[in-house]
Design a protein around this ligand. Structure first.
Ligand SMILES: Cc1cc2nc3c(=O)[nH]c(=O)nc-3n(C[C@H](O)[C@H](O)[C@H](O)COP(=O)(O)OP(=O)(O)OC[C@H]3O[C@@H](n4cnc5c(N)ncnc54)[C@H](O)[C@@H]3O)c2cc1C
Length: 277
């Protein structure tokens, strides 16, 4: 098995083009467990040493999170309250060792329905920056994730960053995750709630749910119902608000359990976020 650690993006893209069977690896915390007993790929391209791929920078249009930024980097960064949900999700990804190695882009590219980073980034309306042999393009995260383990990434492309646009003034956010135990656990369901208020009333809301559909979903009916409600009385999540979800039954819980858990988690996340308005 060949293992290359390019420091320039062009070298990584050339190596990908040269070795048709090459696979990208970052922290390896999804990649290596998924290999199991199967054959190792001929060529691995480690993207964590590429210049400019790690770290968080504030830009004129918001924030740029380099693809190889780890969950621990997110936890240490001085980010405003609109990132509280993402920070809380970072704290929930595996253990400290996993947070030190696991990257934001790895979480997105793995495209697990239970990826904890996805709901907070969807609620921030994040975009994924993708470099390819011919061009660099950007896709909204909602268009990048196509299904279970399916993304819009084409052969020969590398995710280089996640862009978070400037958020409405005063946005607060919260993340709630349900697992079968408190730590080191795959989500049964998780919710991110991002809200902002004007003169005591909710002016805007984005609520996203993971692990209750092939790809995490926003809940537009719930978001609409929240707008205009008093901050101290946001109302309750109702079954009709959950229409975009299609929870399944698996070893972690039944579909009915997931549906009930989402309802409760939405209410808790919304109230937790609003406590900081
Ligand atoms: C013990 C354990 C506990 C875990 N707990 C959680 C948890 O609680 N919540 C959670 O969400 N996840 C969890 N995970 C999964 C994993 O840690 C995260 O998804 C992590 O963010 C993956 O990042 P990585 O850098 O390790 O990805 P890798 O394993 O390196 O890569 C994952 C996939 O993304 C691709 N990839 C990586 N970077 C790029 C890039 N820049 N461009 C294109 N493709 C790329 C790789 O080719 C691979 O297909 C856990 C894993 C373990 C082993």
């Amino acid at each position: 098995m060949g293992y290359s650690m390019p420091t320039h993006l062009d070298d990584a893209l050339s190596a990908l083009a040269r070795h048709g069977d090459a696979r990208i690896v970052a922290g390896g915390t999804d990649f290596f467990p998924a290999l199991g007993e199967g054959p190792a790929p001929q060529t691995l391209i480690d993207v964590t040493r590429i210049d400019g791929l790690r770290g968080i920078a504030q830009t004129a249009e918001g924030w740029r999170i380099g693809a190889a930024t780890s969950w621990s980097d997110i936890l240490r960064a001085p980010l405003p309250p609109c990132f509280d949900a993402l920070r809380a999700a970072a704290r929930e990804v595996g253990s400290v060792q996993i947070q030190n190695s696991g990257t934001v882009a790895g979480n997105l590219c793995n495209a697990s329905p239970a990826a904890d980073g996805v709901p907070p980034l969807l609620a921030l309306e994040a975009e994924v920056e993708i470099a390819g042999p011919a061009q660099t393009r950007r896709l909204p995260l909602s268009k990048f994730l196509l299904g279970v383990r399916k993304t819009a990434l084409q052969k020969g492309e590398i995710v280089t960053a996640v862009h978070v646009p400037t958020q409405p003034d005063g946005m607060v956010s919260a993340f709630r995750k349900l697992g079968s135990r408190r730590y080191l656990v795959i989500s049964i369901v998780m919710v991110a709630a991002n809200l902002w208020a004007r003169e005591g009333r909710i002016a805007g809301a984005r609520v996203t749910v993971g692990a209750a559909s092939p790809v995490a979903q926003r809940l537009p009916a719930l978001e609409a119902a929240l707008v205009g409600r008093p901050v101290n009385d946001p109302g309750l999540t109702r079954p009709e608000h959950l229409a975009p979800l299609s929870p399944i039954a698996d070893v972690r819980g039944s579909a009915e359990y997931r549906q009930e858990a989402v309802t409760e988690l939405c209410d808790r996340a919304i109230r937790q976020a609003l406590a900081h308005v």
